[in-house]
Design a protein around this ligand. Structure first.
Ligand code: ATP
Ligand code: MG
Length: 430
């Protein structure tokens, strides 16, 4: 026998039980996005490599060591599997001149690729929901993006997420801070790790973002960017905080929150949990006013965030979310030729009326089909034998208690609706 092939390490199959929870989650997410006026956009999974180098920054974890980049063997193009969505989204907005029609509120959902060490909550193919607001300069949109997050956690009944906030100011303010930061780190050069030494001059701010536990005390005591913010940046930051306070959303300011991507300025934020171990950030974002221009567009402000779907789903499922099995309304059992033909008609008529029907395929005895009906989780079995077929009727058998009865085929939809209403009534549902 030949060897069984496995999926790529860190890239997971999502099997049906799990995928149904994803579906349920995605439905909640879609409603939530609509409530804020966000419209969908879908970008390719593969983009030119220079897009990410320019957008995310050369001296970042993603670009330095996490990208799946390759050369297109057919034409020599340098391509990359997208490690995140903001760069692609902004590229699409520029390419299709979407801002000519005014500010845009956009979202996307899909797989991202990063060559990281796989562990719980960290995969090589993972999924993000990206939310991007383009063309809005004011702090109101930053605040709204954060309120949105709070509402989604509420919709999902997640109660242990905390909000961390920071401001990265403007490029000039960061430059002023950078001088002090480099001096500070330079004086402690021997305590830095390899990444830190390398980034000391190319991207010192990134050192604050280190995941190395041995550097935590060092970065904790480093000069804080917030002390270098000018009047405008401070006013913007204050305005964001005011809305959050008005809305009763608790937050803490984390001066070390600099985000792993170069394109951010002013407001940055993360939603964090303690219940997922080291992979505690479930949602991260902020303002990135320079990116549109950096990617060749007419300057335009922008802000957004990305949700790590696997991490949010893990929390949601731990709290019992998404646990409901999706079951058909009816399982259709039929024995005999005439019954089989009627069964097709009946199944299609029910589906046409909006019901979910699992039709037995592959024959077998009445008894063996009934076992499958039970296992399917359906509330009702519909039985067609020779008798029923000859009479143009179907036997309707409630599987969780209730009388079996015969119903004429043209009255079946009505009878099923009655039955379902009754079942839902028993459940206390609608
Ligand atoms: P981290 O610090 O955990 O590496 P990041 O700063 O690289 O995160 P972003 O690029 O901001 O992450 O992505 C937004 C969100 O996407 C993260 O907060 C996280 O929830 C999720 N995410 C990022 N990388 C992965 C991954 N490899 N596997 C699963 N989820 C991920
Ligand atoms: Mg990362």
């Amino acid at each position: 026998m030949s060897q069984i092939l496995q999926a790529v390490r860190g890239m997971n199959d999502i099997l049906s039980d799990e995928a149904e929870a994803w579906d349920a989650f995605e439905e909640i997410v879609r409603d939530w996005l609509r409530a804020y006026g966000y419209r969908p956009i879908r970008m390719p999974l593969v983009e030119p490599t220079p897009l990410f180098k320019r957008a995310i920054g050369e001296v970042t974890d993603i670009v330095e060591k996490e990208m799946y980049s390759f050369v297109d063997a057919l034409n020599g193009d340098e391509l990359t599997l997208r490690p995140e969505g903001t760069a692609s989204c902004v590229r699409a907005v520029i390419q299709h001149k979407l801002l000519h029609a005014g500010p845009q509120r956009l979202y996307y959902h899909g797989p991202m690729y990063r060559h990281e060490r796989p562990q719980k909550g960290r995969y090589r193919q993972f999924h993000q929901i990206g939310v991007e607001a383009l063309g809005h300069a004011g702090p109101d949109i930053d605040a709204e993006l954060i309120l949105m997050g709070a509402r989604l956690w509420d919709d999902l009944a997640l109660h242990d997420l905390r909000l961390e906030l920071n401001s990265l100011g403007s490029a000039a303010e960061r430059a002023a801070h950078r001088g002090a930061l480099v001096d500070y780190l330079q004086a402690r050069h021997e305590q830095l790790d390899d990444d830190g030494r390398r980034r000391l001059h190319s991207n010192p701010l990134r050192i604050l973002d280190t995941k190395n536990p041995e550097l935590q005390a060092l970065v904790e005591a480093a000069p804080k960017l917030i002390d270098y913010l000018g009047e405008e940046s401070l006013a913007h930051f204050d305005a964001v905080q005011r809305v959050l306070k008005d809305a009763g959303i608790a937050f803490s300011i984390n001066p070390r929150l600099v985000r792993g991507l170069d394109y951010y300025n002013r407001t940055v934020f993360e939603w964090v949990t303690d219940s997922l171990g080291a992979q505690g950030t479930v949602c991260a974002g902020g303002r990135y006013d320079g990116l549109v221009e950096q990617l060749g567009g007419k300057p335009a402000p922008a802000a957004g965030f990305a949700i790590g779907v696997e991490r949010v789903l893990a929390l949601w499922q731990a709290g019992g979310g998404g646990g409901e099995r999706v079951v058909p309304d009816a399982y259709l059992v039929h024995v005999g030729d005439a019954a089989g033909r009627l069964a097709f008609r009946v199944a299609e008529a029910l589906r046409g009326a909006g019901l979910d029907v699992l039709m037995h395929c592959g024959g077998g005895s009445f008894k063996s089909q009934m076992k499958k009906a039970d296992a399917s989780g359906a509330e009702i079995a519909l039985l067609i034998g020779e008798d029923e077929a000859a009479a143009g009727e179907v036997s309707l058998k409630p599987l969780r208690g209730g009388e079996q009865r015969r119903v004429a085929v043209d009255r079946l939809v009505e009878a099923m609706m009655d039955e379902i209403l009754q079942v839902d009534g028993d459940d206390g549902g609608v």
